[in-house]
Design a binder for this molecule. Structure first.
Ligand code: 4AD
Ligand code: MG
Length: 464
């Protein structure tokens, strides 16, 4: 007999009430008395599991089944009974239970609440828990929604390199990729490290962003997006920074900063709609146990316009609150999380685009505004997290771009191919990067980035 996934039964229980069915899954809980036992089993096909009823008269091995440990993998043959008056809509009356894999009492996920810190020490087991399981399922649905959003609008999905020789952000926070013997590296005659002896015959790194190659693709396809892993070697111990994270980076030709923000806003709303529809059980769970305001906030955000404020105005709005900040604000500083959260949570109470930042605190590729001081940049800040998107209109003017590269202490020759994009049919264009994990935090209310990644990599930690 073919097994039926529990999620399928939830969709149409009455389809499965004729004759016997087979369900496989793992025991989440088991309560037993003399004559009857109730097991909750879950097969991972959905958030909600299935109640299995074990009766002494129906099962010769009833006594031993009552001793099954939490976590046991079972195959249950039985008949489905609709129970419209009970708390669950149906249950499975077991006629035969086959133990596929036992699970003894040492199993760390016994039925009780476990702290997120403890669960992080058992990363290989924690996807089986409600919270991590739901977060990872939302992650999967959100990834699908992102692809649908861009595909429906005719974007080309571009895969940009993971190993790169270009520093996309010009910030130097890159992991070096090398096959050189670090204990005994080769040297040139003048005693310097012999980079030429390395695998790529020059220094190579894990990418911090696919943007620069994405721009090259946009100059061919008009609108593209990337969706892939990115890496940052920044030592940070915050709840929103990971060393390995996924970024979604659209890039659009013949477009300015306004077009860029419109795209970002419609993408976020689309993803929220899709996740609310596809993951209603997961979102209801997060709303009840993790973040009581979640459902309200998401429905509200999906239907309201995002706010807009210039960096200069944001500084004016924040300055009166300087006594509450660890880092005081003044024009020219980079906004810290505490400032971002004050803006989006207290001053606007909604997602807000902050635009036109001072050029000194932003990357070299951003387009200079006419005031000579600011660039056409935008960050999208959301309550609870701060920045989830960073983007800009790109500098399409060759001479100004080369100047910026020089001003940041870099050499235009290193970016020669990137400058070619301005030499050969350059045009106004814009794009942004969405931190995918930050989006999942926003969609679930989960407060730590380590809990929306199955196997997180952060400063000082790369288990598995
Ligand atoms: O603001 P960032 O650095 O922008 C870029 O990399 C641009 N090249 C994007 C573009 O215009 N195509 O990063 C974009 C987003 C941030 O807003 C944040 O959400 C996320 O990536 N991010 C991180 N997420 C987790 N851990 C980190 N260490 C992150 N650093 C950035
Ligand atoms: Mg940024």
């Amino acid at each position: 007999m073919q097994r039926i996934e529990i999620q399928k039964i939830h969709k149409n229980p009455s389809d499965y009430t004729e004759g016997q069915i087979v369900v496989c899954g793992w025991v989440r809980t088991l309560r037993s008395s003399k004559a009857v036992a109730f097991a909750q089993i879950n097969d991972g096909s959905g958030f909600v599991g299935l109640q299995v009823v074990l009766e002494v008269g129906a099962l010769p091995d009833f006594a031993s089944l009552c001793k099954l440990g939490v976590g046991t993998a079972v195959e249950v043959h039985g008949t489905l009974r609709l129970t419209p008056d009970a708390s669950q809509a149906f249950e499975l009356l077991a006629a035969r239970v086959v133990v596929q894999g036992a699970c003894d009492g040492a199993y760390p996920l016994q039925k009780k609440r476990h702290s997120p810190e403890f669960l992080r020490t058992i990363g290989h087991l924690r996807p089986r828990t409600n919270t991590i399981g739901a977060a990872l399922r939302v992650r999967s649905a959100a990834a699908y929604a992102i692809h649908s959003f861009f595909m429906e609008q005719g974007f080309v999905y571009a895969n940009t390199p993971i190993i790169t020789t270009a520093d996309a952000e010009g910030a130097g926070k890159m992991f070096r990729v090398t096959t050189l013997d670090i204990e005994n590296p080769p040297h040139t005659r003048d005693g310097a490290l012999d980079e030429h002896a390395d695998f790529f015959e020059k220094p190579a790194y894990l990418t911090v962003s696919g943007q620069l190659q994405g721009e090259a693709m946009a100059m061919a396809f008009g609108k593209i997006y990337t969706f892939g892993p990115t890496f940052r070697a920044e030592k940070s111990y915050t709840a929103r920074h990971a060393a390995e994270f996924w970024m979604v980076e659209p890039e659009i030709a013949f477009a300015d900063l306004q077009d860029d923000m419109r795209l970002a806003e419609s993408m976020i709303k689309y993803v929220i709609d899709r996740v609310l529809a596809q993951c209603s059980d997961e979102i209801a769970f997060f709303n009840q146990f993790v973040d009581n305001g979640l459902l309200n906030r998401l429905t509200h955000v999906a239907n309201a316009d995002f706010a807009h404020v210039s960096y200069t105005r944001a500084i004016e709005l924040l300055t009166p609150h300087n006594d509450q900040f660890e880092y005081k604000v003044s024009w020219g500083i980079d906004l810290q999380t505490e400032h971002e959260r004050m803006l989006t949570e207290m001053l606007f109470g909604a997602p807000v685009f902050v635009t036109d930042y001072p050029k000194e605190i932003k990357a070299f590729y951003m387009r200079q505004n006419d005031d000579g001081k600011t660039v056409a940049a935008m960050d999208l800040l959301v309550p609870g997290i701060g920045e989830i998107i960073g983007g800009s209109q790109r500098e399409e003017r060759l001479d100004l771009l080369a100047d910026r590269i020089r001003a940041m202490g870099q050499h235009p020759e290193q970016y020669d191919w990137y400058l070619d994009l301005r030499r050969y049919g350059g045009c106004p264009h814009a794009g942004f990067g969405l931190g995918f994990e930050r989006l999942i935090m926003y969609l679930t209310g989960v407060a730590n980035i380590r809990d929306v990644i199955a196997f997180p990599r952060t400063t000082g930690s790369a288990a598995y």
